[in-house]
Design a protein around this ligand. Sequence first.
Ligand SMILES: O=C(O)CCC(=O)C(=O)O
Length: 326
Amino acid sequence: MGVVTKLPGREDSGKVLRPIAELPLYPLRLYNLAYYNQASLKMDNILTKTQRQQLNEDGFTILPGVLSNEQLAALKARLEELWLEEGEQAGHEVIIEPGVRRLANLINKGEIFQPLFTNLLLLEAIEIVLGPKFRLGSLNARAIPPHTDPKMPWHADTDYGGKPDKKGFYSLTVIWMLDDFTAANGGTHIVPGSHRSNTVPKEAMDDIYAPHPDELIVEGQAGDVLVMNGHCWHTGGANTTDTERRALLGHYNRADHRQQTNQQVMLSPQVQAQMNPLEREILGLNDWKITRIINPHSPLGRTLKRGLDQLRTTKQRLTQSQRPPR
Ligand SMILES: O=C(O)CCC(=O)C(=O)O
């Protein structure tokens, strides 16, 4: 089970968070699962009360032992192959981070990555934060080499200014630990509860590179998964050990927000053809393409979307009225 470490001696830096009124939290509806009749959910596929509470109150939780040793070995082997193939370009689809090994667009780069993003326990956790309709925007890898401090700033994984909108939270990050995470090797730093602050580090902190007085470091074993509200303030730590700290990073967004990378464009037709209905839904492969290109929150995007929704409703009504009576 993952543990969380409180950093000592950080009492005098950063600013105190200003919590706002509770944001809407979604009831557990397991929409995606029920919709596709996927799951005969067993008790061990259900999050514990503590995990649900942690997600809502602290903004993150850990799912222990999600990946088997065989999966871990195979995933790490595939990442090494890709790092060799892609060389200095590795990560270019999203970000090339100096001093750190990155890869991006992994759903397109091996069937081995496919089962990860529809893990039932994970979907349940995501639905608690994002509600029933969400998308995987990207699956990437990040490895902090030994004795490296990437000096990542405090941030939230959100676009459009970073704050929750009228419907609440729209971003969620998943970190699959491929090596043990420790305070010494760069376990993720998080400010618990910061997803409810309605502000982002660059606005609220004097120095987004300085330690935060309330920060925790997430520790866990290889195979554990950190699920974090994307509005939660976090940063990557420094690796002071002799071995690399590798992880997969998944960015999920509420379906009415843009994906980090457009999966309809980034996934080859062959890869798209392999996806089952649940995977297609979560990758947004059935979505209206224009909303992926035009900002759906712009006046033009909203008008186009309204028009398309009306067309869709009319088409549904026509199809229903043409069905033969039973
Ligand atoms: O690698 C980590 O622990 C955190 C990475 C992160 O925050 C990011 O890539 O935005």
